[in-house]
Design a protein around this ligand. Structure first.
Ligand code: MRU
Length: 363
């Protein structure tokens, strides 16, 4: 474990997942903003635990960590033939898939690892070669995510104007991806180009990804960011301070319904009431055409203590009934556009999302 103080501002967001020769150095996001601690992970079980307990979080970062988790799960295996190695890879992927249910990037990354293994198993001569291919695939997933996020940022930036007020919820920034983020990517690019923007970050109860992570990484980058409690979003909108809302997502259903951090739906309703565009930024790996509508997306429920003891002290009576869904669904009617690395998709979402994937297959 190595750590440092977060007191030196830098315009490059911290990397949440770092491959370091034979292990993962994973930024423990639970400790931010107070401490920057990288945990050395050497086993698939440690990666599973890191995903489950939000040491790494954010849809693309979860997928990246899980891909490396598959490799760590097989790295030490003394398996003679490639068929047995392939079975082990499938087992490790199935195990890592049980870590969290909502972000489809987790399953996307694990499916991609399995597919690469299946295709390669017949072509290689030893299980050692297959292991190496798994490591290379995980590295590619991470590298491609950086490029993807930059492209999302460029498309989203085409919607930005000088002196714009933006509101975001949760953390869809560099910490949640390989670099730049999705919803935060255009903010980094705007800043790089010297454009003035003013960002409002919802603190994002119950575990405060907005306060601990979004406010932290934007402040570190020197971007104008103001922290508000979730219940202040309506007020700042009514003052005319917000020109657009931009958020990330954990899964977009085939009809354009969007699962994102709990509270996103309320922000979308408020945005519509105030005539403010509501943008969702995500890679294609977050769009799940196999899930027909938002009602079909599994919503994770987390421990009561996140609400009753979230501030390090008890803030509710013992024995109180608690409902703690980690995500909610924003129906597609509230979504102005979905911004991907391949461009900006508008309604009718069902038709246009299908077309986006069909066009890609033809390339
Ligand atoms: O529970 P979390 O912190 O993993 O939830 C994260 C979010 O809801 C993000 O907005 C989403 O994963 C998009 S990250 C680019």
């Amino acid at each position: 474990m190595h750590s440092s103080s977060p007191s030196h501002p830098s315009s490059t967001p911290l990397q949440s997942v770092l491959w370091n020769q034979d292990h993962l150095d994973l930024l423990d996001q639970r400790l931010l903003p107070e401490e920057i601690v990288y945990l050395p992970l050497k086993q698939a079980e440690e990666v599973w635990d890191a995903i489950r307990h939000l040491k790494v979080r954010g849809a693309p970062a979860i997928g990246i960590a899980a891909a490396f988790g598959v490799y760590l799960g097989i790295a030490e295996a003394d398996t003679p033939d490639t068929k047995t190695m392939l079975r082990l890879i499938e087992e490790k992927a199935a195990y890592l898939a049980t870590s969290r249910p909502t972000a489809v990037n987790l399953f996307w990354a694990l499916d991609r690892m399995k597919e690469r293994a299946r295709v390669s198993a017949d072509l290689v001569h030893s299980s050692a070669e297959l292991k190496d291919i798994m490591l290379q695939e995980a590295i590619s997933i991470q590298q491609e995510d950086e490029e993807t996020c930059r492209l999302i940022g460029e498309h989203a930036l085409s919607l930005f104007k000088e002196d714009m007020g933006l509101l975001t919820h949760c953390n869809a920034g560099g910490l949640a991806t390989a670099k730049y983020g999705t919803a935060l990517a255009p903010m980094y690019l705007a800043h790089e180009k010297g454009m003035n923007i003013k960002v409002f970050a919802d603190e994002t109860r119950p575990v405060l990804q907005g306060a601990r992570l979004t406010a932290f990484e934007l402040q570190q980058a020197g971007i104008d960011v103001t922290l508000i409690c979730d219940n202040m979003a309506g007020m700042v909108m009514s003052k005319g301070w917000i020109d657009a809302v931009i958020v990330g997502t954990d899964r977009v259903a085939a009809n354009g319904d969007v699962a994102n951090k709990i509270g996103t739906y309320s922000v979308a309703v408020l945005a519509k009431e105030h005539g403010i565009p509501f943008y969702v930024a995500c890679p294609l790996s977050t769009i799940d055409l196999d899930t027909p509508t938002g009602a079909d997306i599994p919503i994770e429920e987390r421990a009561d203590e996140e609400i009753t003891e979230g501030f390090g002290k008890r803030t509710a009576p013992k024995g109180i009934k608690v409902f703690n869904p980690a995500f909610d669904i924003t129906p597609h009617d509230y979504v102005t556009a979905i911004i991907t690395e391949k461009g900006i998709v508008e309604a009718p979402f069902e038709e246009n999302l299908k077309k986006l994937f069909a066009d890609m297959e033809q390339l």
